[in-house]
Design a protein around this ligand. Structure first.
Ligand SMILES: Cc1ncc(COP(=O)(O)O)c(C=O)c1O
Length: 421
C-alpha cells in the first residue's frame, strides 16, 4: 500500500487518537492535525501515543530538566539531519544561490508566528546574543540607571555589569517576591526603584529559576510612558505560553528558538519595534546606512545554516500542536506534581501556582535538606533528573516537564520526594 492510500485511510479513533495502519509505521504530523481540535489536556493515553510517535526519550532516566533546551520532536530532528546533509553536499552553492530566498521566507513565517513584522525580526544564535544586541545597542550614558531583578538571567545581568564598568551606568537591583499576591505587588518593587535617572528596565518574562511569569505588559505600560526602555528576556516564555511578542508592550524582546520552540540548538530571535531600530547601534561593525534596517544589527558572520533552515519544521510542529494546547498540557503537568508535592510534609513549592503566574517550570525545596543532596537522591533513588537553581537567598530544585512527559513519570518524582523526606 502506498503512503497516499495509507493516509487516506486514516481517521480518528477513540479519544481522538489518529488511527494509523500498522504498515504505515511512521506517523506524520498531518496525522495529528485534527487531533488537537479536541481537548486532550488530561488524556494520558493520547500523550503516550504522541510521545511514542514524536519523541526519542532516554530509557535509563526520567528527564524533568527540559528548561536548558528542548528535545527536538522527531520530525524536526529528522529534518535537521537532512538539512545538515543537504548543506554539506551542496555546500557553498546552496548558500550562494538558494539560501537567501529560503532565509527570507523563514523570517516571514517566523515573524508571523511571533506576531511581529518581518522588518522587526533578527535571527540570532541564541537569546543571549539577541539581548546583547539590544542592550549594548542602546545609547547609555554615564549616570543612567537601570533596574534589574536578582532573578533575571545571569548573562543579562553580566552584560549590564560590563556597561557599568565601561560606561558608568548604575545598576539598581530589586527583589521580586517569590510568591506575589498581585501584579501591583511586583509593580511596586519597580516603582520604588525608579528615579528621574532611570533609563532602562530589564524584565524576564518567565523567570528561569522558579518559572514565575512576570506581568511584563503592565510593567511596560506603567514605565515606558516615562521614557524608560523596557527590555524583555522572553527566553522561556516564547512557544511555551500563548502570547505574541507585541503583546508584551516592550520595544526590545529577545528569545531563543532552541528551548520551547523545539528548534535544533543555536537559534534565537530579536524583536525590535520598527520605530526603534534606528535607536540601536550595531554591536558588530556594519556598512548598512539605512538606520531603520534591522539587518544592520546582524553582522555576526555565518550562522549554522542547517539550524536556521530547520526553523520551518519546528514551526510546523508548533502549529500542529498549537501553543494554547501546549500551554494547557504543560500547566497540567506542573499542577499535577506541585499540587501533590504541596501535601508532602517538609516540602515547600517556591513557584506561584496561580495559572496566570506559571506554566511548565516549577521549583521546590525540602526543609532540613541541602538542595544538592535532594537532586542527587532523586536521581539515585528514582532516576529522575532535575537541576539546582540558585535564588538570592536560597537554593531550589527546578522541575521542568516537557510535552513528552507523562503523569506516570511525575508519580515517580513524587514517590522519590516522599522517599527522601
Ligand atoms: C531567562 C533566560 N534568559 C536567557 C537565557 C539564555 O539563553 P541562550 O543560552 O539561548 O542564550 C536563558 C537560558 O537558560 C534563560 O533561562
Amino acid at each position: 500500500m502506498n503512503r497516499r492510500k495509507v493516509l487516506k485511510g486514516i481517521g480518528l479513533g477513540i479519544a481522538g487518537l489518529p488511527l494509523i495502519s500498522a504498515k504505515a509505521a511512521k506517523p506524520s504530523l498531518s496525522d495529528y492535525h485534527s487531533s488537537f481540535d479536541q481537548d486532550q489536556t488530561t488524556d494520558e493515553k493520547f500523550w503516550k501515543k504522541f510521545r511514542k510517535d514524536f519523541y526519542d526519550v532516554p530509557q535509563d532516566f526520567i528527564n524533568l530538566e527540559n528548561g536548558y533546551f528542548g528535545v527536538q520532536p522527531r520530525p524536526v530532528y529528522e529534518a535537521y539531519i537532512k538539512n545538515v546533509e543537504r548543506v554539506n553536499v551542496n555546500s557553498s552553492r546552496y548558500l550562494r544561490t538558494k539560501y537567501s530566498s529560503d532565509f527570507k521566507q523563514i523570517i516571514n513565517k517566523l515573524s508571523t508566528f511571533a506576531g511581529i513584522a518581518s522588518e522587526e525580526a533578527l535571527i540570532t544564535r541564541n537569546a543571549t546574543e539577541a539581548l546583547n544586541i539590544a542592550i549594548q545597542g542602546l545609547d547609555w550614558e554615564e549616570g543612567d540607571e537601570v533596574i534589574l531583578s536578582g532573578q533575571d538571567y545571569f548573562s543579562m545581568i553580566e552584560t549590564f555589569e560590563m556597561l557599568e564598568k565601561q560606561k558608568g551606568i548604575s545598576i539598581k537591583r530589586i527583589k521580586i517576591p517569590l510568591l506575589p499576591e498581585s501584579d501591583e505587588e511586583i509593580l511596586a518593587c519597580y516603582e520604588a526603584a525608579v528615579t528621574p535617572k532611570t533609563k532602562g528596565i530589564l524584565v524576564t518574562h518567565m523567570i528561569h529559576l522558579t518559572g514565575q511569569i512576570m506581568p511584563v505588559k503592565k510593567i511596560a505600560d506603567r514605565f515606558k510612558p516615562q521614557g524608560i526602555e523596557i527590555i524583555v528576556d522572553a527566553a522561556h516564555s516564547f512557544a511555551q505560553v500563548d502570547f505574541k511578542l507585541k503583546d508584551l508592550g516592550a520595544d526590545f524582546v529577545g528569545v531563543n528558538l532552541h528551548k520551547w520552540f523545539g528548534n535544533p540548538l543555536g537559534a534565537g530571535l530579536l524583536y525590535v519595534n520598527s520605530n526603534r531600530v534606528k535607536d540601536l547601534k550595531p554591536l558588530y561593525g556594519d556598512r548598512i546606512e539605512d538606520v531603520d534596517d534591522i539587518t544592520k544589527l546582524g553582522h555576526f558572520g555565518t550562522l549554522s545554516v542547517p539550524t536556521v533552515i530547520t526553523i520551518p519544521d519546528a514551526l510546523a510542529f508548533n502549529q500542529t500542536v498549537t501553543i494554547p494546547k501546549k500551554e494547557k498540557r504543560l500547566r497540567h503537568l506542573q499542577n499535577y506534581w506541585t499540587s501533590r508535592a504541596n501535601d508532602i510534609p517538609k516540602v515547600t513549592i517556591t513557584t506561584p501556582l496561580d495559572p496566570t503566574r506559571s506554566c511548565a517550570i516549577a521549583s521546590f525545596k525540602i526543609e532540613g535538606m541541602e538542595t544538592k543532596e535532594v537532586i542527587a537522591k532523586l536521581y539515585e533513588k528514582a532516576k529522575v533528573f532535575t537541576v539546582i537553581r540558585y535564588l538570592e537567598d536560597q537554593q531550589v530544585v527546578r522541575v521542568t516537564p516537557s510535552l513528552y512527559n507523562l503523569t506516570s513519570e511525575l508519580d515517580t518524582l513524587l514517590d522519590g520526594i516522599k522517599s527522601i523526606t
